[in-house]
Design a protein around this ligand. Sequence first.
Ligand code: TYD
Ligand code: MG
Length: 455
Amino acid sequence: MAKVKTSFFCQNCGAQSPKWVGKCNSCGEWNTFVEEIVERESSGVASFLTGTGNQPKLLHEVSSENTEHIDTCNHELNRVLGGGLVPGSMVLIGGEPGIGKSTLVLQLALDLKNKKILYVSGEESIQQIKIRAQRLQKENQNCYFLSETSLEHILAQSKQVAPDLLVIDSIQTVSTESIESSPGSVGQIRECTNGILKYAKENNVPVILIGHITKEGSLAGPKVLEHIVDTVLQFEGENQYMYRILRAIKNRFGSTSELGIFEMGNSGLREVSNPSELLINRAHEGLSGTAIAAAIEGIRPLLIEIQALVSTAAYGTPQRSSTGFDLRRLNMLLAVLEKRAGFKLATKDVFLNIAGGIRVDDPAIDLTVITAILSSNFDLPIRKNVCFAGEVGLSGEIRAVNRLEQRIAEAEKLGFDSIFIPKAGKGINLQKFKIEILQFDRVELFFRHVFAKKS
Ligand code: TYD
Ligand code: MG
């Protein structure tokens, strides 16, 4: 019998070591090395490299046939993919359990009516998929389903069916016989992904893989997977809320700053083409503690509602809590208000919430955050139909933000009367806008103009 060969693999980045080590030299993570059996070392990769014997070519000799993007019939998904699916490419969709990855991909498979699709699920039985499809109220005569976890069987079936799109839900459940470690281990994932990649490239078939997120929340399991695939999409959102954001983390065929927005409903995911109208609730206008920010997520302008509640702390240490906004940044902004503008907030509880359950990292919402906080603190409502865009610096200055014109245009489009912005730099043409534009460079001056008179 052949001697069993083992090696240690980092479960985070896939680095290999002949003996166990506590800290991975390659990614710096601790305690990630696990022993795995490698019978035939990197067999998949070796045959992939030697099998075809490709010759070097000049670009003009390369035919551009079959490089057209396949329309996914889903506008938001097309946008994130950079125009659609590229034949022969591999797309990884990662996300937390229950976020809607399977729903998204099943919807796509059922919507692509003129393409032959093979949907392989290692997680659900065919009956379960059928129940879900009935719930989505969709059907597709060209979509084949297979409940299978063995890589060899999956590839054999794909060769027989010869689909135009192969879907695998999820890569962590697939395993190959050529390696003895358990499904979901780094060795298995790398080997299976390479096997599928080889199939995809040889047959020019696009493949969508679904990947689990690791305990630590890093995207779709080990880094090895991210290196192999062409596109990595992350599906995110709060479980309690209905909004889901699909973000490109890596894309060899398009921009990574695009983002798609969906709404999870009773019959699946719905594309949201105008998110601003859904994320802001005009009924709240005129109430204290609510302000609207002209934000940018990715490259998309987005108007979002920020709510704050400031109340006197019942206990010694005031509470600060925020949803959708960085807590450290909130504390920093409170310190600026205290020190630079003289507002006494040190003994107050401050709660902050970004409506809709989305997370925003755009620094330009700072100005809206402090406005909402002061509005709640003094119980003064903000003027109607007003929104804000500006970053707040440590000395109380209102700093310039990127894509200012795009933000103003979005506010104007949605019928806002005024927008507060930082003093605009050169090269920004504000004349073309009809909306009232108010420019400030210090928070002290800004506050005097924001609040409506108490009636
Ligand atoms: P699922 O797509 O199975 O998520 P994942 O594959 O990422 O683990 O989960 C979908 C979740 O969405 C599930 O908790 C139920 C909910 N859902 C709806 O609200 N409406 C629907 O029509 C469907 C199919 C699911
Ligand atoms: Mg699933």
